[in-house]
Design a protein around this ligand. Structure first.
Ligand code: ADP
Ligand code: MG
Length: 731
């Protein structure tokens, strides 16, 4: 047979039956699909699989040795007698029981000392792990079918494939063997000069190395090549997007030297930090270009991103344009509107008595507004009376129009997708607006380079001077009930010193049906329900916090009521706010000194870091207490201890990433379908991603249509076709 390409259907190579099984059970249809179904692990003849590591419900293929065989006939009441064969296999330490019913002949086949690969699902029977009716293939069998394949690996590593749908690892291995023999020297998406400079195997070598390794070095070299390839193809797409954005036209926005921006700067009540100044200059530079700015501003909680955004918006207004800032929640939109209006003072009162001539107006547009307010805001936006428009998703609706939209600021990006950015972009007419995306959830650079790979990145590292520290403690309520009493005493002390307190609960309560979207999901099994706002608030008000002004805030309150509660808290009319994570992002009340998170183990690391960022924002030291029933040493508790041990958001986001699976990081669906990023790890492969990004950018610059790199071009296309690449669209 002539050498086949990777696109050849498996039918022609394996025969119909095997090809159909691979297609139906594992969604593998071409030679390329099969060769990219990489082994999950390798077993080494002579080295048995560690049986202690197996978990119940896992589908496993293990290399083990038969230690004991026990066949007997058992009576079952009301039914026929049956033969039960129990075979105990071992790795030298751990044990696993294999059970077979009415297959007494296997007793002869599985004599003591037999070594074989056994495959099946691990179940638990009276505290012992077992495989019921496993499939197996002996390592020195007499019959020459699938065992042949295993025997081929004499002295080598035996690949163990992710099996499924009844297809065993060794069956897949024999199909892979045929595919490898059939495939010629397939065209490689990684150009040869890149391979040479990065010392990477070519595609054929890598297939051989990963499927039929002689030794571990082969596996490692194969894996490295495929990881690089994944990063490289993705980075090529991202580099092309950056290029395309750079070739779009945009209106340069250059502020008048003595306009609003200058007036704003001169009335700022504080001095900008060095980072705020230098990023501000970066933004002014970007805004003056003839192609749209695409920038991500990441900065620690409380680092002062809003002021940076406001200054950029004023620059655009000075240049005759308009700017919008899009907030993820109603609470945050309202707060932005209040604080931007306050920072601008008379500059935000154009047309009003006492307002500044050179001023502008700040409009607010949210979904819950009454008709008159909404109509007014729409008019202000369309007529350019409002230079700055603050809003929520409502800003994305078709009815919303602008006279001359020059800048879109997206606050707390992680809740907005690219489609939404695109919807706003379209409102700017023919020339796309400049875009600034802000996030306080710091992400490690590699993830930024991947998930936000089409954006330039600015990072704000320092906090404004005079910012207080936040002390975080874990309160183990179950182990030390006294500490909880002490917690409420502490609340009373803070309040008597004039401070304010947040108490966050995982649930709203009463009805389980409509929790806040940002709340952790209801638990499925075993675990008791987390405490709820609607239970905790009255309990505290009538109990340990009697006499204090306690109020509840959550997503089920009517929007105007929510705003009212938030305003009253900001004005100091409420001492203790019992809330869900509606206050998670952005809420800024400098007088609040203490954050108590109830059932803190229900929240993720980043979420806790965000929550804690709500305190210590003014001159008062912040205190964060993480109340939990999780026992010391459990993973939940370890997570909380980590949060308590550092306030470095980057460090914590790394930890968060390590605890989640890659797919979750990328927002991709890992529901067992094939993923385009199968080997790459955002954490482990940091330097490799950086190299891939460099190489990909160079190729995109030199060949922006990829016409000289057809194989790479088709790899990029199939990445985009792949439903798993959804994270590209959603970022
Ligand atoms: P974040 O980056 O978390 O969005 P904000 O923009 O809400 O932070 O800023 C947090 C608080 O710090 C606000 O009250 C803001 O007015 C204040 N702030 C911002 N910059 C400075 C500065 N340079 N000096 C003092 N306070 C500042
Ligand atoms: Mg903010």
């Amino acid at each position: 047979m002539d050498p086949q390409g990777v696109d050849t259907a498996l039918k022609g190579v394996l025969g119909g039956k095997a090809a159909k099984a691979l297609g139906d059970k594992l969604d593998l249809h071409t030679i390329g699909d099969l060769l990219r179904h990489y082994p999950r692990r390798y077993a080494k003849r002579g080295e048995l699989t560690d049986l202690d590591e197996l978990e119940v419900d896992e589908n496993v293929t293990v290399l083990a040795e038969v230690e004991r065989v026990n066949g007997r006939t058992i009576d079952r009441r009301g039914s026929k007698r049956m033969h039960l064969l129990e075979v105990t296999v071992t790795d030298g330490r751990g044990r696993l029981t294999l059970t077979f019913f009415n297959q007494s002949w296997r007793e002869r086949e599985l004599g003591v000392g037999t070594r074989a690969l056994f495959a099946g699902k691990v179940t638990d029977f009276r505290g012992k792990r077992q495989l019921a009716h496993p499939d197996y293939v002996k390592l020195h069998g007499d019959d020459a079918s699938a065992e042949q394949v295993v025997d081929d690996y004499a002295g080598k590593l035996i690949p163990i494939y992710p099996a499924g749908g009844g297809l065993q690892s060794w069956t897949i291995a024999s199909c892979v063997k045929l595919a490898l023999e059939a495939v010629g020297d397939p065209p490689d998406p990684i150009p040869s000069d890149v391979r040479a400079s990065r010392a990477l195997l070519d595609l054929r070598q890598a297939f051989v190395a990963i499927h039929r390794p002689e030794e571990w070095d082969d596996v490692n070299a194969g894996r490295r090549r495929f990881r690089f390839e994944e990063a490289f193809v993705l980075q090529t797409e991202l580099a092309l997007r950056r290029l395309a954005a750079r070739s779009l036209p945009a209106k340069p926005r250059v502020p008048k030297p003595d306009g609003l921006l200058a007036a704003f700067d001169s009335r700022l009540p504080f001095q900008l930090t060095e980072g705020q100044v230098s990023i501000g200059e970066e933004l002014l530079h970007d805004l003056a270009q003839t192609h749209p700015m695409q920038r991500l501003l990441q900065g620690e909680v409380g680092s002062g991103k809003t002021v940076i955004a406001v200054r950029a918006m004023l620059a655009v207004v000075d240049a005759g344009g308009q700017a919008v800032i899009l907030a993820p929640t109603e609470v945050l939109a309202q707060q932005h509107h209040r604080s931007i209006t306050a920072l601008l003072g008379p500059l935000a009162e154009r047309g009003l008595l006492g307002g500044s001539d050179q001023g502008t107006r700040v409009a607010l547009l949210t979904g819950s507004q009454g008709t008159p307010a909404r109509r007014r805001a729409l008019l202000d936006a369309a007529s350019a009376d409002a230079g700055i428009v603050v809003g929520t998703h409502a800003l994305l609706e078709d009815k919303v129009q602008f006279a001359d939209l020059g800048l879109v600021v997206v606050d707390e990006q992680h809740r907005f997708g690219v489609e939404q950015r695109a919807a706003l972009t379209q409102k700017a007419g023919d020339t796309p607006p400049h875009v600034l995306v802000m996030t306080a959830t710091p992400i490690p650079r590699t993830v930024a380079m991947t998930v936000f790979g089409d954006l330039e990145i600015s990072t704000l590292t320092e906090l404004p001077r005079g910012r207080s520290t936040i002390q975080t403690n874990v309160v183990p309520a179950a182990e030390k009930p006294g500490w909880l009493d002490r917690t409420w005493e502490r609340v009373r002390e803070e309040v008597s010193n004039g401070r304010q307190i947040y108490i966050v609960c995982p649930r709203i309560g009463e009805s389980a049906a409509d929790e806040d979207a940002s709340s952790p999901p209801a638990e499925d099994s075993g675990r008791p329900q987390a405490v709820a706002v609607l239970d905790v608030a009255p309990m505290l008000e009538e109990g340990p916090l009697q006499g204090l002004r306690v109020e509840a805030l959550h997503g089920r309150l009517a929007p105007d009521l929510k705003d009212q509660v938030m305003r009253r808290f900001a004005a100091g009319e409420i001492d203790v706010l019992v809330a869900t994570t509606v206050i998670e992002v952005g809420v800024d009340v400098p007088n609040a000194s203490t954050m108590i998170v109830m059932d803190a183990d229900w929240f993720g690391v980043s979420q806790l870091h965000q929550l804690r960022g709500r305190v210590g924002r003014g001159q008062y030291p912040g205190l964060c207490l993480l109340v939990t029933n999780a026992a010391a040493g459990t993973p939940s508790r370890v997570r909380l201890d980590a949060v308590a041990s550092t306030v470095d958001g980057f460090e914590l986001s790394r930890l968060d990433l390590e605890q989640r699976r890659e797919g979750d990081v990328l927002g991709a669906d890992q529901s067992g379908r094939r993923s385009s990023l199968r080997m790459l790890s955002m954490i482990r492969d940091e330097s490799l991603i950086r190299e891939a990004r460099e190489d990909a950018s160079a190729i995109a610059e030199a060949d922006s249509t990829l016409s000289h790199h057809p194989t790479l071009a088709s790899a990029v296309r199939s990445l985009l076709d792949d439903s798993q690449a959804e994270f590209l669209a959603k970022s």
